[in-house]
Design a protein around this ligand. Sequence first.
Ligand code: OSB
Ligand code: MG
Length: 373
Amino acid sequence: MPLISEIELFEAWVKLRSPFETSFGRTIERPAIIVRIADEEGFEGWGEVVAGEGPWYSYETHATAWHVLTEYIVPLLARSRSIEPRSVWESMKPVRGHPMAKAGVEAAAWDLASRRAGTPLWRMIGGVRSRIASGVSIGIQGSVEETLRAVARYLEEGYQRVKLKIKPGWDYEVVSRVRREHPDVLMHVDANASYTLLDAPRIARLDDLNLAMIEQPLDYEDLVGHADLQRIVKTPICLDESIRGLGDAIAAYRLGSAWYINIKPGRVGGILQSKAIHDFWYGSLGRPVWIGGMLETGIGRGHLVALATLPGVLYPNDISASDRYYEEDIVDPPWTLNKDGTISAPEKPGIGVEVNVDLLEKLSKKRKKFKIA
Ligand code: OSB
Ligand code: MG
């Protein structure tokens, strides 16, 4: 097996087509640290670090990820030099935490491994479907009318389900209006940890609205609170921020904190950890999972598409087409939505799309190449 010969990091800044607002803030332009790993035979693989500009969704930021990657993770990989995704994961173990930084590197190793094998990544990790169900996550808008317009537009495009971002003061009124306009649409809400248990009666009003789930209503550290809330609220709870690894998934099950889990490789440290959670939640418990998103560029989206082909991914994902996020994506071809509201898992090797390196370089404010020998 050839060894790692180069690791390259790009700090790209990508502009969203429209601002994305959640309970924790508004994003217009976001950093995307892109990781490229090359081996001695000239094969390469790409990954994306989903850490945000500030420590709002998680404690990681693009700056902490850059620091941990350049000072600690790259030196560890330079010592082991193995291109095998499992060894890459093992060699990063001395670094505690920082799952987004690790996931970006592990993702590049998976892309590399599947390009070398001439296999689509989704087949290599055990995927079972060649089209994945696509949903759309709709940020907090300026008004109910704007929300209704956004929902109508995305449904027109064919998305299979909508998720509305909510927060205290922006919840029942807007969601009930959307429900009235679209009585049969598959729909859920995401609070991004903005409520407390004291809001339980307010959250329980949502039970009238036939929502598939309520995503992360309470604090990310509060598994017990979610279990208490689930005894009051009938709509199934889905955990996002709270699930940082398999241990959290097991605890959430034991406590009864959630019926669903959304899996984001960046949040849990990569594809192997994502698979472990999938295998527990679906394989052992028989409960569905779905794949969440972090407004990834087409590179990170490629890994999400691959994960969404796993057998237990049985609810539409936060994986939308490139044009839902960006005027111009950094991959070729861009991700597109089929008429039936699916995205096709490519038959090409790796994540199945090529990186537009010229555009990536143009968008990058920082760039660092490590020759490994
Ligand atoms: O909570 O799911 C979330 C985006 C950034 C940070 C957190 C979340 C989101 C989304 C967007 O909901 C999902 C997507 O990439 O389409
Ligand atoms: Mg979420």
